[in-house]
Design a protein around this ligand. Structure first.
Ligand code: F6P
Length: 335
C-alpha cells in the first residue's frame, strides 16, 4: 500500500504530530507499505513533488510548530476544473492508495472536489481528511480543529501582556485576531483573558453604548476584534475616537494585531494528542480498506465521528457557522 500525506492551507501547530502519527502507524502496522510526504501542500500535488518518509524523519517533531512538509496555497485550484483533474490523475498515476490530509476549510473543499473526480473516473486513491487550522471553522459539531487550542494559548499570553500596558496607562486597546470568517479564536481568547468586549463576524455593535462602557470603567479596556468582523481595528478606532471627541471622553486608544504570531510556536499537548489520535485512527480505517471521509474527534481515545467529505464541507451540516446565543449569554454573565 502507498500513502501520501498532505498538510494544507495555513500552517498550524499539530500538523507535524499528524505527519508523525500517520508515518509511524503505517510503517509499524503495515511494514510493506510506504509513506510519501507531499512537499508544499497542494502545490506539491500540482508539481508531483513527493518525498519518501521513514520513521526517523519524524523523530522529535510532534511538538514543533509549522509543518515539516511545507504548505503553499494554490488559489487557482478552486475554480480550475482542469487543474483539479490533473491532481486527481497525479494521485492515481503515482499509485497512491490513500491521501491523508490535514488542513482548513479550503483543503477540505479541495479534498472533496478531487474525491468526486476520483470516484467519477474510478481512479485509485481514497482521501481521508481532518481539520487542522487555527480558525476552528470546520466541523465544530464534532470536536475542534487541530491547532486551535495552541493558537488560543498564544493569544491568551499576548492578551495578558497587553493588559500590563493597558492598565498602566489606562488605555483602550483594540486588538485584532486571526480566524478568517470564523469568530472562535477571538471569542474564546476574549473569554479566557477577560476582555471587556469581543467583536465577531455578523455581530452588530452599538458604538455609543460601548463608549459609555469604556467611560464608566475609567480603567484599561481591551476590545478583541475577529478578522471577519465588518470593520478593521483602525476603522473601529476612528469611530470610537469621534464619539469620544463629541462626548468629551478622555481615554486614549491604541491598536495592535496579534496576527501571524497566533499561528506559530510549539503545539500544545491537546493538539499533539488530537492530531496523533486522528492520524492513527485514519490509518487503522485505511488498513481495513475504508472509503474517503472526514474525521472529527473531541478526545483522544474516543472513536472519531466520520462524515462524508460532502457533508464535511456543507456548512449547514457540519459547522457552527455562527457562535450560538448561549455563548453570548455566558460571556455577558462573566463581564
Ligand atoms: O486559515 C488560517 C489563517 O491564519 C486565517 O486565520 C487567516 O485569515 C489566513 O490564514 C491568512 O493566510 P495567509 O497566511 O495566506 O496570509
Amino acid at each position: 500500500m502507498k500513502y501520501a500525506i498532505l498538510t494544507g492551507g495555513g500552517d498550524c501547530p499539530g500538523m507535524n504530530a499528524f505527519v508523525r502519527a500517520v508515518v509511524r502507524s503505517v510503517l509499524n502496522l503495515k511494514p510493506t507499505a510506504s509513506c510519501w510526504g507531499v512537499i508544499d501542500g497542494w502545490r506539491g500535488l500540482v508539481e508531483n513533488n513527493y518525498r519518501k518518509l521513514v520513521k526517523r524523519d519524524t523523530a522529535g517533531i510532534a511538538h514543533q510548530g509549522g509543518t515539516i512538509l511545507g504548505t503553499l496555497r494554490v488559489p487557482e485550484l478552486k475554480d480550475d476544473p482542469e487543474l483539479q483533474e490533473t491532481l486527481a490523475i497525479n494521485l492515481h498515476d503515482n499509485f497512491f492508495d490513500y491521501l491523508m490530509v490535514l488542513g482548513g476549510n479550503g483543503s477540505l473543499r479541495a479534498a472533496e472536489t478531487l474525491d468526486k473526480i476520483i470516484q467519477k473516473n474510478s481512479l485509485r486513491t481514497k482521501i481521508l481528511a481532518a481539520s487542522g487550522s487555527i480558525d476552528n471553522d470546520v466541523c465544530n459539531n464534532f470536536g475542534y480543529s487541530v491547532g486551535f487550542y495552541s493558537s488560543l494559548e498564544k493569544s491568551l499570553e499576548m492578551l495578558e501582556w497587553i493588559r500590563d500596558t493597558a492598565s498602566s496607562h489606562r488605555r483602550v486597546y483594540i486588538i485584532g485576531s486571526m480566524g478568517r470568517d470564523s469568530g472562535y479564536l477571538a471569542f474564546y481568547s476574549g473569554i479566557a483573558s477577560g476582555a471587556e468586549y469581543i467583536m465577531i463576524p455578523r455581530e452588530k455593535v452599538d458604538y455609543e453604548r460601548l463608549a459609555t462602557l469604556i467611560d464608566e470603567r475609567d480603567r484599561d479596556t481591551r476590545i478583541i476584534v475577529a478578522e471577519g468582523f465588518d470593520k478593521t481595528i483602525e476603522e473601529i478606532r476612528e469611530v470610537l475616537e469621534n464619539i469620544f471627541k463629541q462626548r468629551n471622553i478622555k481615554h486614549e486608544i491604541r491598536t495592535v494585531d496579534m496576527g501571524y504570531f497566533q499561528r506559530g510556536g510549539k503545539a500544545e499537548i491537546k493538539d499533539i494528542l488530537l492530531a496523533s489520535w486522528l492520524g492513527y485512527c485514519m490509518v487503522i480505517d485505511s488498513l481495513n480498506k475504508c472509503g474517503s471521509g472526514f474525521y472529527g474527534a473531541y478526545n483522544i481515545g474516543q472513536k472519531p465521528k466520520v462524515l462524508s467529505l460532502a457533508d464535511a464541507v456543507d456548512d449547514t451540516k457540519s459547522t457552527h457557522y455562527d457562535i450560538p446565543k448561549e455563548m453570548f449569554d455566558f460571556i455577558k454573565a462573566l463581564r
